[in-house]
Design a protein around this ligand. Structure first.
Ligand code: IPD
Ligand code: CA
Ligand code: CA
Length: 265
C-alpha cells in the first residue's frame, strides 16, 4: 500500500460519490427491462446525474480547473494548464442491458498531456489509479502490465464498431489477423476498463479506433504507469487527436502494431 497523492484522493472521492448514484440506478435497470419504453431515457438521466456529481466534487476541490465532458462538452477554467477529462459512464450499453461491466473514467490533463487517471468499476469496487511518475495501483496495490512474451499465449481486447460508427470492414480485417495468431480476443464494452485491465496484466493488449478523449485519457496513464506502451495506430502519440489507440505490454506492443498495419493494407 502507498500513501496516495492529494490529487488522486480528490479524484477517487469524486468517483466514489458519483458511483453511489450509478449503483442505485443500476439496481433499477432490471425492473425497467420489461417495460415497453425500455430503460434508455433512465440511463441517459443516470449518466448526466453522475457527470453533474463529478463536476461539483472536482470543482469544489480544484475550482480553477477546466473540463472536457462527454455529456456537457467543454468548460473553460481560469487555470488553462489543467483540465479534467471525464466519462461519467463508460460501458453505457452494458449498463442499459443490466450487465455489471461499466466504469467512471476521470483523467487530469496537464498542458495537453494526460497526467493522472482514475478508472472506477463500481459494481466490483475496483479502483484503478495512476499518476505520472508514481506508478499504477488497483485498490492500493501496485499493478504492472503482463510479462507474457508469446503471441500465441496472449489475450487481447478490442471494441467492435456498431451502428453509426465507421470502419466496420477495416475492423474485421484487424480482428481476423489478431484472432488467427493469438490466444483470443474479447469485447467487453468499456474502453476505459479495457485499458485498466491491460494495466493490471489481465490482457496483453488492446486496440480500438473511433474513440473519444474521455474513453482513453485516464486509461492511457494507467497503462503507461504500469510499464506498458500506448500509441496511435501508426505508433505515434496522436491518440487523443485521432481517436485510435494501441496499448500493450512492451513485448506485444510492436507486434500488435505490425499485425494491425499489415492487415489494414
Ligand atoms: C463506449 C465504450 C465502448 C467502445 C465505444 C465507446 P460509452 O463508450 O467505451 O467499449 O467500444 O466506442 O463509445 O458510450 O459506453 O461511454
Ligand atoms: Ca465512453
Ligand atoms: Ca459514456
Amino acid at each position: 500500500m502507498i500513501q496516495r497523492s492529494a490529487l488522486l484522493n480528490v479524484m477517487t472521492a469524486a468517483a466514489q460519490k458519483a458511483a453511489r448514484g450509478l449503483i442505485r440506478d443500476f439496481g433499477e435497470i432490471e425492473k425497467l427491462q420489461v417495460s415497453k419504453k425500455g430503460p434508455a431515457d433512465f440511463v441517459s438521466t443516470a449518466d448526466k446525474k453522475a457527470e453533474r456529481t463529478l463536476v461539483a466534487e472536482l470543482s469544489k476541490a480544484r475550482p480553477r480547473f477546466g473540463f472536457l465532458l462527454e455529456e456537457g462538452g467543454e468548460i473553460e477554467g481560469a487555470d488553462t494548464s489543467n483540465r479534467w477529462i471525464i466519462d461519467p459512464l463508460d460501458g453505457t450499453t452494458n449498463f442499459l442491458h443490466g450487465i455489471p461491466h461499466f466504469a467512471i473514467s476521470i483523467a487530469l490533463e496537464r498542458d495537453g498531456d494526460p497526467a493522472a487517471g482514475v478508472v472506477y468499476e463500481p459494481v466490483s469496487d475496483q479502483m484503478f489509479v495512476a499518476e505520472k511518475g508514481l506508478g499504477a495501483y488497483l485498490n492500493g496495490n501496485r499493478i504492472r502490465v503482463s510479462a507474457r512474451e508469446n503471441l500465441n499465449e496472449s489475450l487481447f481486447t478490442t471494441g467492435i464498431p456498431f451502428r453509426g460508427k465507421e470502419g466496420h470492414e477495416h475492423f474485421l480485417k484487424h480482428l481476423k489477423a489478431v484472432m488467427e495468431v493469438s490466444s483470443g480476443v474479447r469485447r467487453f464494452g468499456s474502453a476505459a476498463l479495457d485499458l485498466a485491465y491491460v494495466a493490471a496484466g489481465r490482457f496483453e493488449g488492446f486496440w480500438e479506433t473511433g474513440l473519444h478523449p474521455w474513453d482513453m485519457a485516464a486509461g492511457m496513464v494507467l497503462v503507461r504507469e504500469a510499464g506498458g506502451f500506448v500509441t496511435d495506430m501508426k505508433g505515434g502519440d496522436k491518440i487523443l487527436e485521432t481517436g485510435e489507440i494501441v496499448a500493450a505490454n512492451n513485448q506485444m506492443h510492436g507486434t500488435l502494431l505490425k499485425i494491425l498495419a499489415d492487415a489494414g493494407r
